[in-house]
Design a protein around this ligand. Structure first.
Ligand code: PHE
Length: 337
């Protein structure tokens, strides 16, 4: 029996040495319930009581050796597989990559953000208002009653009789003054809508930035000083302003404001159409009616308001001669900014 055990051990160890893949079959063949070692143990009944523990111990040793050989081999096989996998999946980090295309902000967003930055630097905060607006905020509270001729130039998209797509950012003035008592210092950028036919300088959707300052003792000269600071930071330190009288129902007095052409400095060129000046905004002192509509006493407080078109400024700055380009999202165009 000793020889049988010895033989089983040698056969098993040889078989293990010679295979990478059949370890489980070998385990079953030698150590399984019906395996060779088990059947030897079953035959131990014929042994004398003195021989039994000796053979029993030997059989256990054989089993332990085979098991050890099996697990050692299994570990080796796994290690080899891992090494092969690592070798096969090796990446060369020095190889050139495919560079993914990075986008950037739309020119209108860039202009909007740089305007915002300057006003934030002067202590303004940003107010927001809805694009779908009540007639009251877009017109009535701004001193534009029903049938007022000013509505004609701004007739917009009505949703119901008294709800419309806002035609200007000025309704945010009213919403701000209703919510907040002076001192007020806000700007409000956003989309506005007018039922204009599309051409090189018109679009039914465009962008404005509204500004509003209300406090005790605010005068037109505060506005001029602030506007000059803005224009010189935005267009260049040599920029001059020109105020032309104008009319807006919600400001009194009102003005349209031009900046000296930032391309030719005022001599006259293609960008300013030889005028030397470029119109950039409408503005004025907040009309006393508007202040009272919002519950602010016009005998105590005064303020100024202004509104500028972002497209106009972007087009002048970048020398874009057709507004439609700003909305077509043609990457060949947008890439240039
Ligand atoms: N809302 C006016 C426009 O769209 C601009 C403006 C704003 C004028 C504020 C005066 C004060 O033309």
């Amino acid at each position: 029996m000793k020889e049988t055990l010895q033989r089983i051990k040698e056969n098993a160890l040889t078989a293990i040495r010679n295979t990478d893949t059949e370890l489980e079959q070998i385990r079953i063949q030698y150590l399984g319930k019906k395996g060779e070692l088990t059947s030897v143990l079953r035959g131990m009944g014929v042994l004398s009581p003195e021989e039994r523990p000796i053979i029993g111990q030997l059989a256990n040793e054989v089993r332990a050796e085979i098991e050890a050989a099996l697990s050692e081999k299994a570990a080796m096989v796994n290690q080899k597989a891992l090494e092969e996998k690592l070798k096969a999946e090796k990446i060369d980090v020095t190889l050139p990559t495919t560079v993914s295309r990075m986008g950037h902000l739309h020119p209108l967003t860039q202009v909007q953000r740089s305007i915002e930055d300057i006003f934030i630097g002067m202590g303004f905060s940003i107010a927001e208002g809805p694009e779908v607006e009540y007639d009251y905020y877009n017109f009535q509270a701004l001193n534009i009653p029903e049938n007022h001729p000013a509505r004609d130039t701004q007739d917009t998209f009505y949703i119901t009789d008294n709800i419309l797509l806002r035609s200007q950012t000025s309704p945010v003035q009213v919403r701000t003054m209703e919510k907040q008592k002076p001192p007020i210092r806000v700007i409000s950028p956003g989309r506005v809508y007018r039922s204009d036919a599309v051409d090189a300088t018109h679009s039914p959707l465009f962008h404005q930035i509204e500004g509003l300052v209300v406090d005790k003792g605010i005068t037109m000269s505060d506005f001029k000083g602030m506007m000059e600071t803005f224009a010189q930071q935005f267009f260049g330190s040599d920029t001059k302003l020109r105020f032309r009288p104008h009319h807006f129902p919600f400001t009194e007095p009102s003005a349209e404001i031009d900046v000296s052409c930032f391309v030719c400095g005022g001599k006259g060129c293609r960008v300013c159409k030889n005028e030397g000046w470029i119109e950039i905004l409408g503005a004025g002192m907040v009309h006393p009616f508007v202040l009272s509509n919002c519950g602010i006493d016009p005998n105590v407080y005064s303020g100024f308001a202004f509104g500028m078109g972002i497209e106009r400024i972007a087009m002048k700055q970048y020398g874009i001669d057709d507004m439609r380009l700003l909305y077509e999202n043609d990457v060949r165009f947008l890439e240039q900014f």
